[in-house]
Design a protein around this ligand. Structure first.
Ligand SMILES: *Cc1c(COP(=O)(O)O)cnc(C)c1O
Length: 407
């Protein structure tokens, strides 16, 4: 691994975790579509189970195709090891169920992905694991003797707030507290949280890592000892196991992560700038814009500013609906990070269950639209968005305003 580390990111994305198949010489990593593996002999079976021999036993515990994907992700995140799961939520629930105990407290820097929020509220709270949502500026004062984990996403969904990874890591240093960053939006191409002192990185690999909208998967990267514990408890006993075919698709997807991310960033930056000042737009949330409140912080911890942006439209929910229904290149669907562009209205879909107070606090207004900017031609995407915005404006403006020509 250490010799591989000397290569740069894009080279590691292509090569790490993979090599000619030891059995056949196959150049592409085979899909090891098997539930179980032969011990070969009675003695080796006993040695495998006692840990005296290394090898594959059963695909809930490990599979060579999945192992290749895990090794590649550990290399890209710069961690000792990684373990894959059947979904991002499979990964996050395995992490929390394995490491938190009744009476423990988890501090979250919101807003969080809806599924993670639901896990904390509906599954972990009844087991006596308390969650407290705090602001970055309240750390480290918010830490209590019960605090075992600090958990955050950056950039956040859907308003692209940036949390300060260095600050979070510093506030937990020297204490028995694990810091965890959900790196789904940034990907290791743009941000590597462990370089900022964060302990553990989680991903919904469904998004940019897979990149093609054809797989649901999750992965956790971190120190070897912790990953081994997550594999033996969170994966082996809880069981959200990634399939070999999904692992194959992810291996294929991750190879192009660097060039896809460059294009996502190009297109999102051009779109963010291109819609600024449009009369239908009240605000553009994009960390790459100088007016974004954490633009400087984003510049420090992100290589570029990502492929996600959110538009705040004048005219609330009706304006958002008109805008979305007029888009032709953006598919109205949840998820993100696909090569195809996607659009959602968080207030009526993904964030519908959030309390109005929390929705307000995190600026998820009725006029907010989230765009996952794909890798199509950026000029076509901008045209599509501007045409939809013009249509909102035309049907939104009172007739008198149009007649008087003030806009
Ligand atoms: C999608 C997503 C998840 C959940 O991942 P699944 O693969 O859908 O289970 C977690 N965190 C973030 C930031 C996400 O976008």
């Amino acid at each position: 691994m250490s010799s591989e580390r000397r290569h740069r990111f894009a080279t590691r994305a292509v090569h790490d975790g993979q090599g000619p198949d030891p059995g056949t010489g196959a150049h592409a990593t085979p899909i090891y579509q098997t539930s179980t593996f032969s011990y070969g002999s009675h003695a080796r079976g006993a040695a495998l189970f006692s840990g005296d021999a290394e090898g594959y036993l059963y695909s809930r515990i490990g599979n060579p195709t999945t192992r290749a994907f895990e090794t590649k992700i550990a290399s890209l995140e710069g961690t000792e090891d990684a373990v894959a799961f059947a979904s991002g939520m499979g990964a996050i629930s395995a992490l929390m169920l394995s490491l938190l105990r009744p009476g423990d407290e988890i501090l979250t820097l919101g807003p969080l992905y809806g599924g993670t929020d639901g896990l904390l509220r509906d599954v972990l709270a009844p087991y006596g694991i308390r969650r407290r949502d705090v602001d970055d500026t309240d750390l480290p004062g918010a830490i209590s003797p019960a605090t075992r984990m600090i958990y955050l996403e950056t950039p956040t969904n859907p308003t692209l707030t940036i949390h300060d990874l260095d600050l979070v890591a510093a506030s937990a240093r020297g204490k028995d507290i694990l810091t965890v960053a959900d790196n789904t939006f940034a990907t290791p191409y743009l941000t590597r949280p462990v370089e900022h002192g964060i302990d553990v990185v989680v991903h919904s690999a469904t998004k940019y890592l897979g990149g093609h909208g054809d797989v649901v998967a999750g992965v956790i990267a971190g120190p070897a000892e912790l990953v081994t514990e997550l594999r033996s408890h969170g994966l082996r006993h809880v069981g959200a196991v990634l399939g070999a075919f999904e692992s194959f698709l992810l291996l294929r997807g991750v190879k192009t992560l660097p060039i896809r991310m460059e294009r996502h960033c190009d297109n999102a930056e051009a779109l963010a700038r291109g819609v600024l000042g449009h009369p239908a737009v009240a605000a553009v949330h994009y960390p790459g814009l100088p007016q974004h409140p954490q633009h400087a912080l984003a510049g420090r911890q992100m290589a570029r500013f990502g492929g996600m942006l959110a538009l705040e439209l004048h005219g609330g929910a009706p304006a958002a609906a008109r805008f979305l229904d007029r888009l032709t290149l953006f598919t109205q669907a949840v998820s993100l990070g696909d090569v195809e562009s996607l659009a959602t209205h968080p207030a009526s879909t993904t964030h519908q269950l959030l309390e109005p107070e929390a929705r307000n606090r995190h600026s998820i207004s009725d006029g907010l639209v989230r765009l996952s900017v794909g890798i199509e031609d950026g000029a076509d995407l901008l045209d599509d968005v501007l045409r939809a915005l013009d249509a909102v404006r035309a049907s939104d403006a009172p007739a008198t305003t149009l007649a008087s020509g003030t806009s």
